[in-house]
Design a protein around this ligand. Structure first.
Ligand code: ATP
Ligand code: MG
Length: 568
């Protein structure tokens, strides 16, 4: 097939078709399933979605949009023990927030419990399924290993009548949990272990988040997934590689149960993982339950809700998904790529403001006792962003580490006797410092070159000095708490060590809370979710812990970009 070009949403660059798009285009060219494209995103509601899921969402919804098709949201809720409405709600929120809308109503595998049950009875009547009284251990032992054929269950040749009777009594709650299962009668010698009479139903006296106590037998995922796709008219069932070996089983069920020409086509791609984190929902749940993080939306979590709280935008995550792409080969994506994507977006949209995280006071001894407004650009990347006025006065705060008493030659910030420009305002010169008993600097005294105000057109206003510092006026500044984050794990692959539990690699310094920060007064009205560039410091967003008394910010990402330098 000709290599076709395709425009990416992200940056208008064109790229060639990926292997999934190629399959879809072939299917459309041959008129398969009427040329329709209908995908689905099928999460199990047993946890919050993470960045890996986000790539799968972008893929499935993106393909549907690209080919004028549809994408369903289907909860694969066949395991009532681990599932919860908290999760079905959060998953819907996350998908909408990412900018996607599923076709029609939300679907649930549990919508098909009756149909699946009827199909199971049909299979029993056709001699293709049987009730097995063996224990889970016996069943598993009977399958033997990949190197030898399995052995038939002693119950494999029960009569249709006996099977029907036992299956109905399983459904009616006459037998204890674990005492019996329904198995498909396929091939105990198959080289594909999954075809060695897979279990279709097990008994579980568990309340289901949607069907309540209506059922005490639940279909296995493998008996549910392919038929759910079929019932919804899915044309391309995209899933991760581990399901490749399940494909013959899904096809077997559909061949036995249906007789239409229409068939969903399963296409597998490799999971996308991120370094310095874990992606298994079980492990993420453990971090939440054991209190290693504040919740599923802790800004250090790789969950969509965590990234959102951290200050990531839907656009940045969609750009990430686009850049990561799809492949058959498992890859670990560098966290720096995710950070690159959010910087790209925030650079365009985030208003620039001044905030001092670790303040030290500067007193301009020759500056009159007045407040003057200086005009600063809101966003040099956005010509419509305009300017704002920021108060300047005799007492200001600058960053403690922007001053050094005994500075090396290459230190271009403030030193005794040295000059810097205060951004958008004046050039100042440090004259002396005040210290406490322990020797810490408590105030810096300076004189201000009153003719040097930026933009005033004087000769002094054009005078060049090496350093420019951000600052806030002490009398006008508002107080804020700022939370700085580092990686949650110290190891690139915390879950990849056989002998060592992943929690051993937790970075105990991953959260640093600064409580004495000073922010320019215009941010008084900032609302949770608002995003800013704190000049020279990084991108920050207002946290949901903000109250009328206290503004709280999360640092989304620092300004320094390591990814584009090494990759471009
Ligand atoms: P678990 O971690 O609990 O085993 P899961 O991550 O497979 O489960 P599901 O709810 O089954 O979670 O996932 C929903 C969809 O997201 C599936 O189609 C799955 O293939 C896809 N998906 C999950 N993790 C990733 C990942 N890291 N990269 C790409 N797609 C993923
Ligand atoms: Mg799964």
């Amino acid at each position: 097939m000709d290599k076709q070009e395709h425009l990416t949403e992200a940056d208008g660059e064109s790229r060639s078709l990926n292997f999934i798009e190629q399959i879809i285009e072939e299917n459309r060219a041959e008129g398969k399933n009427g040329g329709r494209v209908h995908t689905r995103f099928p999460p199990e509601p047993n946890g919050y979605l993470h960045i890996g899921h986000a790539t799968s969402i972008c893929l499935n919804f993106g393909l549907a949009a690209q080919y004028n098709g549809k994408c369903n949201l289907r909860f694969d809720d066949t395991n009532p023990v681990k599932e919860d409405v908290e999760y079905t709600d959060s998953i819907q929120d996350d998908i909408r927030w990412l900018g996607f809308q599923w076709d029609g109503e939300v679907h649930y595998a549990s919508d098909y419990f009756q149909q699946l049950y009827d199909w199971a009875e049909q299979m029993i009547r056709e001699g293709k399924a049987y009730v097995d009284d063996q224990s889970a251990e016996e069943i598993s032992a009977g399958r033997r290993t990949i190197n030898e054929p399995g052995v038939n269950s002693p119950y494999r040749n029960r009569s249709v009548e006996e099977n029907l009777d036992l299956f109905r009594r399983m459904k009616n709650g006459e037998f204890p949990e674990g005492s019996r299962v329904l198995r498909a009668k396929i091939d105990m010698a198959s080289p594909n272990m999954l075809l060695r009479d897979p279990i279709m139903y097990r008994i579980l006296y568990s309340h289901h988040h949607r069907t309540g106590d209506a059922w005490c037998i639940y279909p296995m995922y493998d008996y549910t997934h392919g038929q759910s796709d079929y019932l919804e008219g899915i044309t391309h069932s995209i899933c991760t590689l581990e399901f490749e070996v399940h494909r013959p089983l899904y096809n077997w069920f559909l061949d036995e149960l249906t007789d239409t020409e229409y068939r969903p086509r399963q296409i597998e791609f490799a999971r996308r993982n991120l370094n310095y984190t874990v992606m298994s929902k079980r492990k993420l749940l453990e971090l939440v339950e054991k209190g290693f993080v504040s919740g599923w939306d802790d800004p250090r979590m790789p969950t969509i809700s965590g990234l959102r709280r951290r200050g990531y935008t839907p656009e940045s995550i969609r750009l990430f998904a686009e850049k990561v792409g799809v492949a058959r080969r498992e890859i670990v994506v560098d966290m720096a790529l995710l950070e690159y994507c959010i910087r790209e977006h925030l650079n365009k949209i985030a208003p620039r403001v001044m905030a001092v995280l670790d303040p030290v006071k500067v007193v301009l001894d020759n500056y009159p006792d007045r407040t003057e407004m200086v005009a600063l650009e809101n966003n040099p990347e956005d010509e419509n962003a305009g300017i704002r006025e920021v108060p300047f006065s005799r007492e200001l705060y600058i960053e403690r580490d922007d001053f050094m008493e005994n500075a090396p030659k290459n230190f271009f910030r403030l030193t005794p006797g040295g000059e810097v420009r205060l951004k958008g305002a004046y050039i100042i010169k440090c004259t002396s410092v005040e210290k406490d008993a322990a020797g810490n600097v408590t105030a810096i005294h300076a004189t201000c070159d009153l003719a040097s105000r930026s933009g005033s057109g004087t000769e002094a206003s054009n005078r060049k000095v090496k350093g420019t510092l951000h600052w806030v006026s002490a009398a006008h500044a508002i107080d804020a708490e700022v939370r700085l984050y580092d990686r949650l794990f110290k190891d690139e692959d915390p879950a990849g060590h056989k002998e060592i539990d992943f929690k051993e690699f937790i970075n105990e310094h991953s959260l640093k809370v600064l409580t004495k920060c000073k922010i320019e007064p215009g941010l008084q009205q900032a609302k949770p979710g608002d995003k800013f560039q704190f000049q020279r410091l990084g991108y920050f967003c207002v946290d949901k812990d903000t109250t009328a008394e206290k503004l709280v910010f999360n640092r989304t990402v620092a300004l320094k970009d390591t990814w584009s330098k090494t990759q471009k």
